[in-house]
Design a binder for this molecule. Structure first.
Ligand SMILES: [Zn+2]
Length: 148
């Protein structure tokens, strides 16, 4: 998805102000087509961002914690992206976990951002995953990678 070319958009934080040096890359999650149960290269969001794999009731809800602290922008993207395709896709936790592990194994990758509840759910253990902070946007709709 976005590498460093900013979207022309009236939302100044969208998708990332930090994507300005060519060292930051966003990757879509992997999905399964819910009708065919087959892997797909398509995504529920027409722009890749903004359809979240939400925290389950027993998982940490970082988005709620950030909102409670007044960071209104944290979940802004999911409020403006159409959610109508969500039922056609299942989050592919196995392939997404593999993708993160492949990215983490690259020497040139310094940091990876993914929402804390997905880090826990996918049992991701790489030390390259950092919490991006409530000043950013939620990362349960994509993976953000920063090169060293
Ligand atoms: Zn990013």
């Amino acid at each position: 998805m976005d590498a460093s070319f900013p979207f022309i958009n009236r939302f100044p934080l969208f998708p990332h102000l930090s994507h300005n040096d060519g060292k930051k890359l966003d990757f879509a999650f992997c999905y399964i087509d819910s009708k065919t149960s087959q892997s797909t290269n398509s995504t529920p969001s027409p722009i890749g961002y903004g359809v979240s794999e939400m925290p389950r009731p027993d998982e940490i809800n970082t988005a709620a914690l950030c909102s409670q602290q007044g960071y209104w922008q944290y979940s802004m993207v999911i409020k403006i992206v159409p959610q109508k395709n969500k039922a056609n896709f299942l989050f592919d936790s196995m392939r997404t976990k593999k993708l993160v592990e492949i990215l983490a194994s690259e020497k040139s990758v310094g940091k990876i951002f993914i929402e804390p509840h997905l880090k826990a759910r996918l049992n991701l253990t790489t030390s390259k995953i950092r919490f991006h902070g409530c000043r950013a946007v939620r990362h349960d709709d994509h993976i953000h990678v920063q090169l060293i």
